[in-house]
Design a protein around this ligand. Structure first.
Ligand code: WT7
Length: 657
């Protein structure tokens, strides 16, 4: 560490405090910039001067069956159409077009929970995607039929996504950890009659039955399934009998091995997939992504923000059950033609060396994970990454929630060798792809701030009236012009799409992100968290009303309020009936109930019993105050409360936990 600063950071150009927050500004290292996909400082100006034509640069990264006629059709805002008139197939872009140059290159390197390994070259991937596409057709899947995928992180999941894309059948991936109830809601909401799932998967040592969850979901559905395909993940470990309209994945693929299915030319605006996410009401929203704009934006950002190229080995640690895994675990890396690592296990199993061992043994060059994971790594200690050779790392990414400057520095120092750029990327299920981040070969980094909007993205922090907020003043993060990866609508229809996201301002339509933010003098954005009834924990979004409804459904519970704390935990404040003992048993019952109705990952980490919830005079629960208490923060004035005396009690209940 020859040129390390006193605090361990290394710069090849001097850092300077910018005066505003006195925080560090870290320039990209020359060595990185020289080899970066983008090192041209003029890119911001060019994109601004040439908008929306600038986004042709993204569309040009793809192979089109038919060229688009217009870049952006904004005849009927906010129902924007990107690359209208164009036709393409996402699977052909992620697989077929790489066959000429790199059919023998690894597309996917998979590591299973029990130390298993499997690799797919682009040619392997091509063959299996084709065989499954042929199999799905045989089962009756037609263009525009929605196929639901309910699988853990196994290679069959991306294969199934691509097989669907090949035949123009939109996929609807449901995170494998979600409950039967959640799956049935999503099957019905998406009008999906086809399901691909698996027999089960391992949780630590235990074989866990996924198929029985899928069976329960089917029983709960209003509609019904035409066909179910079941991957044998566990072999003999679990014997799952198949019904009449249920098919083994292996046999289906074997029966069609060697067949090819012509990729269906999809309109750029045709649906590629739907992904359910929590919104401001109890019902999840089905976010729809169009084929052309989504893939172009994802591909462009994989290259320009994550700096990924074909000869990289790239690892996005997010689960494919969420948007990050869709965009940057599957479509981004495969459209670029790189090698993507797929890891089924958890970061600390069998030991806390697991992540670093995988980076070392695969020579991972670009690693993308969440602040939640980084916090765990920090807690476990630097000795774990330090005893591995992580010199292959060229760039680090983070997404999902704000990262503290301390965690940012730890990540760079102990994982990035003190030199790798750390790109803090802001985006959402709805934006489809990264919208705010630094360009690692161009833009200086400020730890703790996501950075400016990407070139070509008109994100702004505004006040209540939609005027730009002054630097340092908290406001609302909005996007004032369309962008290629944007959702094309909601499954629930136009009205909900308009109501959830759009404001018809004097100077045009504004997309509301739902995030609070502040901007500094240099245009760098700090994300302050959600401003609606959504909490972000474990790099995932939960609707507070949905969790609270589940808790209140527990016998003996009268009211509940759910917040997130600064350690990425879910904290539930609960009041009970007078005749009920608020003790450990009730805690378990409540937590189990949430796990059952929403999923294990929504299980509250802390349940605080309190005689009353703090309420305003109009009867609204003051969640902000509960959040402050959970985070151990100073909270302001409580005089607006109808029951200010309860605050002290809640505080001591929290401390007692
Ligand atoms: C919400 C979107 C696509 C990302 C995975 C989650 C929060 C996302 C950041 C960041 C601070 C962030 C926002 C956003 N978020 N990235 N870099 N810094 N907050 O996708 O479930 O759609 O959640 O995650 O609150 O609105 P999602």
């Amino acid at each position: 560490m020859d040129n390390a600063g006193s605090d361990g950071r290394r710069f090849d150009e001097p850092s300077h405090a910018d005066g505003v927050g006195g925080e560090a500004v870290i320039e990209p290292l020359a060595a990185f910039r020289e080899r970066a996909v983008t090192s041209d400082r003029g890119v911001y100006e060019r994109f601004e001067a040439d908008w929306p034509e600038c986004w042709e640069a993204a569309a040009d990264l793809l192979d089109w069956e038919r060229p688009y006629e217009t870049i952006l059709n904004d005849d009927d805002p906010p129902f924007y159409e990107w690359f209208a008139g164009g036709e393409l197939n996402a699977a052909a872009n992620c697989v077929d077009r790489h066959l000429d140059d790199r059919r023998n290159q690894l597309a996917i390197r998979w590591f299973g929970k029990r130390g298993e390994r499997r690799s797919y070259t682009y040619l392997d991937l091509y063959r299996e995607v084709n065989a499954l596409a042929a199999g799905l057709r045989e089962l009756g899947v037609e263009e525009d039929d929605v196929v639901t995928l309910y699988m853990p992180m196994i290679p069959e999941l991306p294969v199934a996504m691509l097989a669907c894309a090949r035949i123009g059948a939109p996929h609807n991936v449901v995170f494998a950890g979600l409950s039967a109830e959640a799956l049935s809601t999503r099957l019905d909401a998406a009008d999906s009659e086809y399901l691909i799932t698996c027999d089960g998967y391992y949780r630590r040592e235990d074989a866990f039955n996924q198929k029985s969850k899928a069976d329960n979901a089917r029983l709960r559905m209003d509609g019904d399934l035409d066909a179910t395909v079941v991957v044998d993940r566990l072999g003999d470990a679990l014997d799952v009998p198949l019904g009449e309209d249920e098919h083994e994945y292996e046999s289906l693929v074997d029966a069609h091995d060697g067949e090819t299915v012509e990729p269906v030319a999809r309109d750029a605006t045709d649906l590629l997939f739907v992904m359910y996410t929590s919104g401001t009401t109890g019902r999840p929203k089905g976010v729809e992504h169009a084929t052309g704009g989504y893939l172009a934006h994802v591909s462009w950002t994989t290259r320009n923000v994550l700096d990924v190229r074909p000869n990289d080995t790239y690892w996005c640690a997010a689960d494919i059950g969420w948007i990050t895994g869709h965009s940057y675990g599957v479509y981004g890396p495969l459209s670029v033609g790189t090698t993507t690592v797929l890891y089924e296990g958890s970061p600390d199993y069998p030991d806390r060396d697991r992540v670093w061992d995988l980076i070392e043994r695969n020579a991972v060059s670009v690693f993308y994970t969440s602040p939640t994971a980084i916090r765990s790594f920090m807690k476990w200690g630097a000795e774990y990454p330090e005893r591995h050779d992580l010199s292959s790392i060229r760039l680090l990414g983070t997404v999902g929630e704000s990262i503290t400057p301390k965690a940012w520095r730890w990540y760079r120092e102990h994982v990035g060798g003190g030199e790798a750029p750390v790109v803090d990327t802001w985006w959402q299920t709805e934006t489809g792809a990264i919208a705010l981040a630094t360009l690692p070969g161009v833009t200086p980094m400020k730890p703790g701030k996501v950075g400016p909007p990407l070139p070509g993205i008109d994100a702004r922090v505004v006040d209540e009236d939609g005027e730009r907020a002054d630097p340092g003043t908290p406001g609302y993060l909005t996007i004032a012009s369309p962008w290629p990866g944007m959702l094309r609508g909601l499954r629930e229809g136009d009205e909900r799409y308009l109501r959830e996201y759009w404001v018809d301002a004097e100077d045009g339509w504004r997309y509301r992100t739902g995030d609070g933010a502040a901007v500094d003098e240099d245009g760098y954005v700090t994300i302050l968290g959600r401003v609606d009834d959504v909490i972000n924990v474990r790099a995932r979004r939960f609707n507070t009303a949905e969790l609270e409804a589940s808790i209140v459904g527990t016998d003996g519970v009268t009211e509940a309020a759910v917040v997130g704390d600064d350690g990425g935990r879910i904290v539930a404040y609960v009041t009970t009936r007078g005749d009920v003992d608020p003790g450990a048993d009730l805690r378990t019952t409540i937590a189990d109930r949430v796990a059952q109705s929403v999923g294990d990952l929504a299980r509250p980490d802390r349940i605080v019993f309190t005689p009353e919830l703090p309420k305003t005079r109009s009867g609204k629960i003051m969640r902000r105050l509960l959040g402050d208490i959970a985070r151990g923060e100073e909270f302001g004035d409580v005089s607006a409360l109808r029951n200010p005396e309860v605050v002290g009690e809640i505080e001591s209940a929290v401390r007692k936990e």
